[in-house]
Write a protein that binds this ligand. Structure first.
Ligand code: CMP
Length: 154
């Protein structure tokens, strides 16, 4: 099923100059970036985004981290992209993430795990609406798509 996912390259990703390498992995996989921007997450946005974690003991530290430097937000489109991107990221804690995944290759932290991605269609819609206005999406079909998958793999 064609889906969109909200992906955030977190402050540690920007600070460590890993944004290009990580975006390149999504491109190489054949996924389609349909919106992208750099921004600073405010405490208010952090509380909305991480609403399910606000009451947890680690939240103050998470908010301090996610608001500490700019992030890059991307809307990524593709077949089953929500699961595909989560699989590409690996386990939440970089120490547990499998080698070959983004966190497995680049992170050794539970909090500084470089990238966030939506975990369900419901969260994807909610998170995409938090970070992007509808006018910021550039709908397009890449010319190389027929080289990426067969016509009946829609
Ligand atoms: P993310 O996928 O963005 O979703 C919630 C974030 O909270 C998670 O990545 C981590 O950055 C952070 N997180 C999750 N669990 C913990 C924890 N136990 N302690 C600190 N940070 C956590």
């Amino acid at each position: 099923m064609m889906q969109r996912s909200l992906v955030l390259l977190k402050p540690d990703c920007i600070e460590r100059r890993l944004a290009g390498q990580i975006i390149a992995r999504f491109e190489a996989k054949g996924l389609n970036i349909v919106a992208m921007k750099m921004l600073r997450v405010t405490p208010e946005l952090a509380k909305q985004h991480y609403a399910e974690h606000v009451a947890k003991p680690f939240y103050p530290s998470l908010e301090k981290f996610i608001t500490s430097a700019p992030i890059i937000a991307l809307a990524i489109e593709g077949l089953d992209v929500i699961r595909v991107v989560r699989d590409m990221l690996g386990a939440t804690n970089g120490l547990n993430a499998a080698p070959g995944t983004i966190r497995g290759d680049f992170s050794s932290s539970r909090q500084m795990n470089l990238v966030h991605a939506s975990d369900s269609e419901e969260s994807a819609q909610r998170e995409l609406d938090l970070y992007f206005d509808s006018a910021e999406f550039c709908d397009h079909e890449l010319l190389l798509t027929p080289s990426m998958r067969a016509e009946d793999e829609a």
